[in-house]
Design a protein around this ligand. Structure first.
Ligand code: G1P
Length: 263
């Protein structure tokens, strides 16, 4: 049903400077995979084939990562390293990749609006790859189940209002929006109509809020653990958690943490 996923990846990554001065934040590793690859894998595991990545200046590494690396593959084939060869090849086989540039840093809403022509008249997913989610069932797949059922059930909410970055005392509830969305094509005219919001940026939240008066908007409390890898602390916590589960380095890391009396 959902065939396309949009990955906004044009931000400056200021919270990670200086490492993001010349390298995309989306390429920061979660153990050994770039953050954005985790997002793409989640989309793939949810049945999505078309990956639309919104990039900008200095983001070429993302395109190279999802492209075939002929030289690397040839070198690995010559060495007879089948395991690494298929690992490298599998990345470019994860889907069909499309790129669009966000020429001005006007916010998440603006980034999504840039994909209007590529998405066309169909529902689509948006994945913010700095929200890392550890779950048994990919979150997007969990969300499809909700849309198909269109039922208010366990963990499903009919949204009455939403606000971008409220002050804690002004927050309408303790439920937060994280970076997984399934949106209808009607979001595009809504994005065209909104004015700059929080931080002076065009906010996706404001466009979804505008849809509330026209259509039903559901929220889903997913099953899994979310790490805010858009912050240094969340990024490190995600790395430690994923590394502890890694069969190769997990036991050794646990041992190290024990010795250092960290855990
Ligand atoms: C972004 C979005 C915000 C969303 C959040 C989810 O904010 O602008 O609407 O709720 O991601 O993680 P950021 O965390 O990049 O400031």
């Amino acid at each position: 049903m959902i065939r396309k996923a949009v990955f906004p990846a044009a931000g400056f990554g200021t919270r990670f400077l200086p490492v993001t001065k010349a390298s995309p934040k989306e390429m920061l590793p979660l153990v050994d995979k770039p953050l954005i690859q985790h997002g793409v894998e989640e989309a793939r595991a949810s049945g999505i084939r078309d990956m639309i990545i919104v990039t900008g200046r200095g983001k070429n590494a993302i395109e190279d990562h999802f492209d075939v690396s002929f030289e690397l593959e040839a070198m690995l084939a010559k060495k007879g390293d089948r395991k690494l060869h298929s690992l490298v090849r599998s990345i470019s086989d994860m889907g069909d990749f499309f790129y669009v540039r966000q020429n001005l840093p006007l916010g998440l809403g603006h980034a999504v609006l840039r994909t209007m022509d590529m998405v066309g008249e169909e529902p689509f997913a948006v994945i913010l790859s700095d929200d890392v989610i550890d779950s048994k069932v990919p979150v997007l797949r969990q969300m499809y189940g909700i849309i198909e059922g269109r039922k208010i059930g366990k963990g499903v909410y009919e949204i009455v209002d939403m606000v971008e970055k409220p002050k804690p005392e002004k927050a309408p509830s303790d439920l937060a929006i994280i970076g997984r969305y399934i949106l209808p094509p009607s979001i595009f005219p809504a994005l065209q109509a909104i004015k700059p919001g929080a931080g002076g940026e065009l906010q996706l939240t404001d466009a979804i809020r505008a849809l509330l008066s026209e259509e039903r908007v559901l929220g889903y409390e997913f099953e899994g653990v979310r790490y805010d890898a858009g912050t240094k602390l969340g990024f490190l916590m995600a790395n430690i958690s994923f590394a502890l589960k890694d069969p190769e380095i997990g036991p050794l890391l646990r041992e190290f943490l024990r010795k250092e009396r960290i855990s």
